[in-house]
Design a protein around this ligand. Structure first.
Ligand SMILES: *Cc1c(COP(=O)(O)O)cnc(C)c1O
Length: 401
C-alpha cells in the first residue's frame, strides 16, 4: 500500500498540504499563477512580503547588492550589519542585535540568551515561562516552547525547562514564578499568530514588564510575525509603552529575503560573548541590504500609518459585511494582522478563496488570517473583504459539522 498520496511534486518532501496553484510572479499586492490568473494577495507570504511583490525601489537595491557581495563570512567586519543593527536599535530603543536567517533561529538565540542569563547568575537549570497558544518555531527547542500538541507529536522527548501558563492571566504568571524559582525569562508573542491572532492585552504586557523587573527576569517578546510595522507601530509592544529585554524578529524584516534578528536591551545585550553563538549565513550582505531597504522604504512611504489606516478599512469592511452573521465568533487583531474566528473549521475557505482569486490562510483550525503587504491600498482592502465575506457567509449558512 502506498501511504503517500500522489503528488505533482514527488521529489519534494510532503511536509505541507499544498493548494493546487503555483505562482509565477507578482506586482504589489497582486500575484499571477502559472496559468496567467491574477490573484489578490491577502497573505503576503505569511507576513513576509512587507513591500508586496516587485517593489520598484527594493528590487534595484537587491540587484545592486547581488552584483557586489551576496555573502561573506562573519570572520570579517560587515558595515551593512552595523547599519541595519543601528537602525533596529533606533526604532526599538534597544542596544544590540544578533542576525540569523529565520524566526526559529531568532527564537533559538533568545532561548540561549535566557539560559546563559541564568547560568551567569549561578542558576544551572534555568527555565523559561511560555504560554498556551504559543508558536515559536519547529526546531527541537522552539517546538518545545510551542504549545500546539500537533507540533510536538512524533518529536519527543521535548526539551525540558519550559513552564506553561494561560495568556493574559497575570495571577497564573505570578504563581508559576513563585513555584518555579529557576525561571529566568518570560517568553511570548506580543500577538500570537499561528495560535489564532490572540493579542496579549496591554495591561498584561505592562504587568509582565513589572514582574520581570521585580524578579530580575528577561522579558522576551517574539515579534517574528507581529513586528516590523504590521500593527501600525514598528513593534507591537510599543502600543503598551513598554520595552522588552529580548526581541526576536524575522518574517517581514527582509521583504522576502530570508533574515532573522534578535534585538537585546541593556539587561541582555552583554549576555552573549565571543564564541557563545554563531551562524554561517546570518547577517550576510544580501539579507542586510534587504532589511535596510525595507525599513527605509517603510519610513519614506509612511507604511506604519498605512498599515493602521488600511487595517481599519479592512477590519471595518469585514465587520460590516459579517455583521449579524451567526457563526462569526470574533474579528480581532491590529493593523494588517487580522483574524476572523468562526464557530467551525475554516479550512474549506482556502480552496474557495483561491477559486475567487484571493490568497488567505487559516490557522488554529477556525481562524481566517489576513497578513497582507503593508502597501495594501484602501481599495484593495475593500476588495479582500468583497471576495472573502460571501464565502464566509456561505460556509456559515451550511449546517454546522
Ligand atoms: C513564523 C513564526 C516563527 C518561526 O519562523 P520561521 O522563520 O518559520 O522559523 C516563530 N515565531 C512566530 C511568532 C512566528 O510567527
Amino acid at each position: 500500500m502506498n501511504a503517500v498520496p500522489p503528488s505533482s511534486e514527488p521529489h519534494v518532501m510532503p511536509t505541507y498540504g499544498r493548494l493546487p496553484v503555483a505562482l509565477s510572479h507578482g506586482q504589489g499586492c497582486w500575484v499571477w499563477d502559472t496559468t496567467g490568473r491574477r490573484l489578490l494577495d491577502g497573505l503576503g507570504g505569511i507576513a513576509v512580503n512587507t513591500l508586496g511583490h516587485n517593489h520598484p525601489r527594493l528590487v534595484p537595491a537587491l540587484q545592486d547588492q547581488t552584483a557586489k557581495l551576496i555573502h561573506c563570512s562573519n570572520y570579517y567586519q560587515m558595515p551593512l550589519q552595523e547599519q541595519l543593527a543601528a537602525k533596529l536599535c533606533e526604532l526599538s530603543g534597544l542596544v544590540n542585535v544578533f542576525f540569523c536567517n529565520s524566526g526559529l533561529e531568532a527564537n533559538e538565540a533568545a532561548l540561549k540568551i535566557a539560559r546563559k542569563f541564568g547560568h551567569d547568575r549561578g542558576n544551572d537549570s534555568p527555565e523559561v515561562l511560555v504560554f498556551e497558544g504559543a508558536f515559536h518555531g519547529r526546531s527541537i527547542a522552539t517546538l518545545s516552547a510551542t504549545a500546539n500538541p500537533k507540533i510536538h507529536a512524533g518529536f519527543g522527548p521535548l526539551v525540558p525547562g519550559f513552564v506553561r501558563v494561560p495568556l493574559n492571566d497575570i495571577a497564573a504568571v505570578e504563581a508559576a514564578i513563585a513555584a518555579h524559582p529557576n525561571i529566568t525569562a518570560i517568553f511570548l508573542e506580543t500577538i500570537q499568530g499561528e495560535g489564532g491572532i490572540n493579542p496579549a492585552r496591554i495591561e498584561f504586557l505592562q504587568a509582565l514588564r513589572r514582574v520581570c523587573d521585580q524578579h530580575d527576569l528577561l522579558l522576551m517578546l517574539d515579534e517574528v510575525q507581529c513586528g516590523i510595522g504590521r500593527t501600525g507601530r514598528w513593534f507591537a509592544h510599543q502600543w503598551a509603552g513598554i520595552q522588552p529585554d529580548v526581541m526576536p524578529l524575522a518574517k517581514g524584516l527582509g521583504s522576502g529575503v530570508p533574515i532573522g534578528a534578535v534585538i537585546c536591551g541593556p539587561r541582555a545585550a552583554g549576555v552573549m560573548k565571543a564564541g557563545n553563538h554563531g551562524t554561517t549565513f546570518g547577517g550576510n550582505p544580501l539579507a542586510m541590504r534587504a532589511g535596510i531597504e525595507t525599513l527605509k522604504i517603510m519610513e519614506e512611504d509612511g507604511l506604519l500609518a498605512n498599515a493602521e489606516a488600511v487595517g481599519a478599512t479592512l477590519r471595518g469592511a469585514l465587520t460590516a459585511g459579517l455583521a449579524g452573521v451567526a457563526g462569526v465568533v470574533e474579528i480581532r487583531g491590529q493593523g494588517l494582522m487580522l483574524g476572523i474566528e468562526l464557530d467551525r473549521p475554516a479550512g474549506p475557505l482556502l480552496a474557495q478563496c483561491l477559486e475567487a482569486g484571493l490568497l488567505i490562510s487559516v490557522t488554529a483550525e477556525r481562524v481566517v488570517r489576513l497578513l497582507p503587504a503593508l502597501i495594501l491600498t484602501h481599495d484593495e482592502a475593500r476588495e479582500i473583504a468583497a471576495r472573502l465575506v460571501p464565502l464566509i457567509k456561505a460556509l456559515l449558512a451550511q449546517p454546522k459539522p
